[in-house]
Design a protein around this ligand. Structure first.
Ligand SMILES: C[S@@+](CC[C@H](N)C(=O)[O-])C[C@H]1O[C@@H](n2cnc3c(N)ncnc32)[C@H](O)[C@@H]1O
Length: 122
């Protein structure tokens, strides 16, 4: 299920207020909430995922739902900015932390995934 519009607007406002440059979203579904997080000058690619300091990464097990929302992402001209990682969240996060440059480097994280694992994501 996608984020409620009013929660999404709050997230977008917070991101603007803190001028977030590096963010991660765990739980993408069709991508509704990811479109809120990318400023006009944002850019990311799969090869940059573990290394850049200016990055917008999105992790989800399910690529099919993301593909369903992809035409809207394309219409917004944001497809080249998105680093979609198809992976279980915990292994993606573990891999991310293997690169010490990533530790403490994210300005914002939106966790919107399996609720029973939330404690493990911190
Ligand atoms: C509530 S939806 C995300 C909604 C999205 N943030 C939005 O606002 O449009 C939850 C998503 O988490 C994904 N998910 C569930 N368990 C996961 C896991 N262990 N690792 C990665 N993704 C997972 C599901 O495939 C689903 O797409």
């Amino acid at each position: 299920m996608a984020t409620a519009p009013e929660a999404a607007q709050l997230i977008a406002l917070l991101l603007k207020l803190i001028n977030a440059k590096k963010t991660i979203e765990i739980g993408v579904f069709t991508g509704y909430s990811l479109l809120l997080k990318i400023p006009d000058d944002g850019k990311a690619s799969a090869s940059q995922f573990y290394t850049t300091k200016f990055d917008y990464s999105y992790v989800d097990l399910d690529r099919d739902a993301y593909e369903m929302g992809f035409p809207v992402i394309k219409k917004a001209n944001d497809e080249h900015k998105i680093n979609f990682i198809q992976s279980p969240a915990l292994s993606a996060l573990d891999e991310l932390l293997n690169d010490h440059d990533n530790r403490g480097s994210f300005d914002f994280a939106f966790i919107d995934t399996d609720k029973v694992s939330y404690q493990k994501y911190h």
